[in-house]
Design a binder for this molecule. Sequence first.
Ligand SMILES: Cc1ncc(COP(=O)(O)O)c(C=O)c1O
Ligand SMILES: Nc1ccccc1C(=O)C[C@H](N)C(=O)O
Length: 429
Amino acid sequence: MMTTFHATPEFAATLDAQDPLRRFREQFHIPPTPDGGESIYFCGNSLGLQPRTVRAAIEQELESWAQQAVEGHFHGVSPWISYHETMADATARLVGANPLEVIVMNNLTTNLHLLLISFYRPTATRYKVLMEGGAFPSDQYAVESQVKLHGYAPDDAIVELVPRPGEHTLRTEDIEAKIQEIGEELALVLLGGINYYTGQAFDMQAITKSGHAVGATVGFDLAHAAGNLVLHLHDWDVDFACWCSYKYLNSGPGGVSGAFVHERFANRPDLPRLAGWWGHDASERFQMKKGFKPMTGAAGWQLANGQIIALAMHRAALALVDEAGGIAALRRKSEQLTAYLEFILRGLNLPPSILEIITPSEPQARGCQLSLLVHKDGRGLFDYLSEAGVIGDWREPNVIRLAPVPLYNTFGEVQRVGELMAAWAERVR
Ligand SMILES: Cc1ncc(COP(=O)(O)O)c(C=O)c1O
Ligand SMILES: Nc1ccccc1C(=O)C[C@H](N)C(=O)O
């Protein structure tokens, strides 16, 4: 549904009044401004806000620890030994997977390494990795180190996709052409579901299909896609994926990461992996026997017993997604909210020599984030917005990322940011 938008506060108020998710804002702590107002928090793409339910979720586990100590592993409201299992269904719904295909554990880069050990299996002739140029640095370092671990040279083994001259984002047809070109030398395609800098969402289904057609493995870093896009990892036939929970999933700083391993690898004890006791067949885990026997599915990639406090925060935050009607319901509002932000920004009529929106316009090619490439006084604009209570983020060299999210942002906030930007535009033009 696309509405004809207007940049007035009255119009924004009408959209807010019609918003089926509007009651969720009060479930979050909105950071205050120095004058006691509420900031406009458009930074859920970096660290999502704290759900009010999180404190009680943590306290419940502190109470179990205080009252039951070691027995808390086996007793209490939610025994720690099987804690991670209690969020398998919600996680599966979130990313379009079977519960067997997902696990919540560790941090994102850790999971990426664990999955690369299993799914980047280079040979003398097939060893190349295709990534997006300017991937998030942690992904670059992870792949660089994995390539070296196998004895290959990163400059030779890692192929980076770059936009056509004069363009800021990648075309699916160019990604597919590059996959074809590398062909039998391609071991792995590893892209972000959404690029952190441009906000571009990739066509994961088409890319997976192309990668598989040349015999490559295909994985995605969904840091900026989980909780933002509707994903169908199983049906898209993606081999593996991982994501963090502290951005759009509002699960707190350093929050646990999710991992997906397609069902076809569920019973592959032969796959090389770095093992630990929590990935061992649960029925025998405490028999302390020699010889690693992985659990079926993604759970078999676990190393260690779960970080319960982080898992508690994540479970509480995931419950809000389900309560709101799931990711499809969030996405419905999100598309409209971001389209409204784009409408407002385009309405400023700033020439591209001052400001360009580098995130694609098509809803299927982006999530909620818009990346503004600011050519004139970018840092000045960012500081001005911050002083006015708008929290976005700045990414070097000159991008401001603004991400209105459906669970706690409003159309009124988007309209207000437009007013602030209009005042800046007057000065800078
Ligand atoms: C695309 C991407 N990959 C990796 C990371 C690193 O995540 P972590 O610190 O959980 O390893 C982030 C954000 O921090 C990210 O946005
Ligand atoms: N975990 C952090 C800790 C400190 C500062 C930033 C982060 C981020 O997650 C940044 C995010 N990956 C980004 O896309 O900007």
